[in-house]
Write a protein of this length. Structure first.
Length: 623
């Protein structure tokens, strides 16, 4: 048999055994009200939330198979992730409302994750495997009362997959793609990704085991001819047991390793540099339910090792321990309360070992009124081992008017957050300052959301954000380049507008779009864009085939040219992407993607390589 007959033959064999069952199982789908969790930690209807929480569902993740988590998040309003359009090992910078990485908190399965040894102490989004994620919620604005340190501009709340169905199930997701620049369209296979998810459920016991690997080649980090390889491996194991109707316990273990070549940054040139980042995380969560409430305990231990082989070799070892204990209680189905204590201990080895810890008691309450008035309010007392204590709070009222099957909602918010100086800033090898105070952010928001049934939703939010005691890195001696972290005396101001639209134009035809405008009284930071537009039109054909065409516009922004140490303005650019997905049967799905469809030439980071048109083909096999 010829090789070209193999694919159709396998497809027929896989689909034949389930064809009759699919016909029998075809039932009318019930449309459920959308719920959001991140702004209250309770599953509340979206109409009762005073925030415009962004939800990336499993359906949307499937429609974007082959793309990274950072690429998918980057299509949402108010967010720009710089670095995703460059070579695969490029450092990522997440800009939200004029802020940067250290003001964005990432939570995975209820646990705050970060790297205490990093200069921004952020979680590295490059480590995430989209095929292992169930859903993502993004909460923008100050949210430290619920989530603590770094939750100043956004919280990215990630839920990983777990076993759901009784019995054994196996998913295999593989893809192959190009990795090329705009002027080198050779279409060689340079990006290979494979993930295996195995789940088992029997009675009260559930198990998930997952492993993935991605290898990318073909691009140089700096503009040049030498190819810089990048590889990532990841694995996780989750075991859950429901001891009774009231008590459940879940244990998890995660392992991630990222290896990447990189080039010299000063002067910018090809180089045989190399770095490795390795993380291991072990978590335990439990929930005991009682009448009208539950007691929850989430705890995790995280160990990170990073090493750099370059002209300035360095190795960093860090550990963090997180414990979050909280009680959730509902009064009369109208008042939802959460009382808890969050403890975090960070430890890093520089020239010697340093550590810091925080102990934060917090309280949050949500009132859902029958007449449309809702209030979300909370307080937190941050107690840091190095700088002492500070008090933060939030008040988030909203008012909903029911209109037929939809609603009109008015929202407002005033909240404070804090960003604690991390161990690198306090004791690290570059510019350490043990006298640093925490940065305190204040955010004022006002917005409106209008929903017409499930076919049309539009929202708009104005924000005004200030940064007090902003932590900055400055050169204090231009001759020796001696530098120092310090708290800025001036208050930084940011304001802007975020608009989002979700609509169903016809059966199966959807159109989603968003616009973000960000401004500063002083000056936006390097690479922060002032205006950004995302738009996607998708068509689902009989729920088996999906065709999506997306557009992204990024306005001009400022970057620094390290050859001259002068600021330069990067031109605006527009990108178009195509996504195709077809489900042959319940066992087999194939997908095809084209990024930078028009092969536009642009610059993301000065003197560093940017991707041109690239294609990717893959499949998901379920057994």
């Amino acid at each position: 048999m010829k090789n070209y007959l193999l694919w159709p033959a396998v497809t027929v064999l896989l689909c034949a055994k389930v064809g009759a069952q699919q016909e029998q199982d075809s039932t009318k789908t019930l449309q459920l009200d959308e719920v959001v969790v991140s702004d209250s930690r309770f599953e509340l209807k979206r109409e009762n939330s005073g925030k415009t929480v962004i939800t990336i569902s499993q359906k949307e993740l499937k429609q974007n198979q082959g793309r990274s988590v950072a690429e998918i998040i980057n299509t949402k309003s108010g967010i720009e992730i710089n670095g995703i359009r460059s070579y695969a090992g490029q450092n990522l910078s997440t800009f939200v409302r004029g802020g940067n990485n250290r003001q964005v908190l990432v939570i995975i399965d209820g646990i705050q994750v970060s790297d205490p040894s990093g200069t921004s102490a952020e979680y590295d989004l490059r480590l995430l495997n989209a095929a292992q994620i169930e859903s993502i919620e993004i909460l923008k604005g100050a949210a430290s009362t619920l989530y603590g340190n770094s939750a100043a501009t956004a919280v990215i709340n990630i839920t990983t997959k777990k076993a759901k169905k009784e019995g054994l199930a196996l998913d295999v997701i593989s893809s192959f793609g190009t990795n090329q620049t705009e002027d080198d369209q050779n279409y060689n296979i340079s990006d290979i990704s494979n993930t295996v998810n195995l789940t088992a459920k029997h009675g009260n016991l559930s198990v998930l085991a997952s492993g993935g690997h991605q290898f990318t080649d073909g691009l140089s980090a700096a503009i040049g001819t030498e190819s810089d390889e990048v590889s990532r491996i990841d694995g996780n194991l989750k075991v859950g047991y429901q001891f009774s109707e009231r008590f459940e316990l879940n244990a998890s273990a995660f392992y991630n390793k990222l290896n990447s070549d990189f080039d010299n940054g000063f002067p910018i040139e090809d180089a045989d540099f190399y770095f490795t980042s390795e993380q291991s995380r072990f978590g335990l969560s439990s929930k005991y339910e009682y009448e009208n409430g539950s007691i929850n305990v989430n705890t995790a231990f995280n160990q990170i090792t990073r090493s750099f082989e370059s002209s300035f070799p360095a190795t960093y070892d860090s550990q963090s321990y997180v414990l979050d204990v909280f009680n959730k209680y509902t009064f009369s189905e109208n008042i939802y309360t959460i009382v808890g204590v969050n403890y975090i201990d960070n430890k890093t080895l520089f020239s010697e070992e340093y550590n810091s810890n925080t102990i934060d008691p917090y309280l949050n309450a949500v009132y859902v009124g029958e007449q449309g008035i809702n209030v979300n309010a909370g307080v937190r007392l941050n107690n840091h081992s190095e700088y002492g204590s500070n008090f933060i709070y939030n008040i988030n009222p909203s008012y909903r008017i029911s209109i037929n099957e939809g609603y009109l909602k008015f929202m407002g918010s005033y909240a404070t957050s804090y960003i604690a100086p991390n161990l690198s800033q306090l004791y690290g090898p570059f510019g350490a300052n043990p006298e640093l105070d925490p940065e305190e952010d204040t955010t004022l928001e006002g917005g409106i959301e209008f929903k017409v049934s499930d076919a049309f939703t539009i929202n708009a939010v104005y924000f005004n954000r200030t940064e007090d005691d902003r932590i900055v890195f400055e050169t204090i001696d231009p001759v020796t380049f001696e530098s120092l972290y310090r708290n800025a005396a001036e208050i930084a101001h940011f304001d802007g507008l975020e608009v989002g639209l979700n609509s169903e134009l016809a059966k199966g035809l959807s159109f989603d779009a968003n616009y973000t405008y960000t401004n500063s009284k002083e000056e936006l930071a390097l690479r922060v864009t002032k205006s950004k537009i995302n738009a996607t039109i998708g068509y689902a054909i009989k729920e088996k085939t999906y065709v999506g065409l997306s557009y992204q516009y990024v306005s001009d922004r400022t970057d620094i040219d390290f050859a001259t140490f002068s600021n330069v303005t990067l031109d605006s650019f527009s990108l178009a992407n195509l996504q195709l997905r077809h489900q042959f049967c319940s066992n087999l799905t194939a997908f095809f993607a084209v990024d930078n469809l028009l092969n536009e030439e642009y610059t993301e980071v000065v003197s560093f390589t940017t991707k041109g048109r690239n294609v990717r083909l893959g499949f998901k096999l379920s057994l």
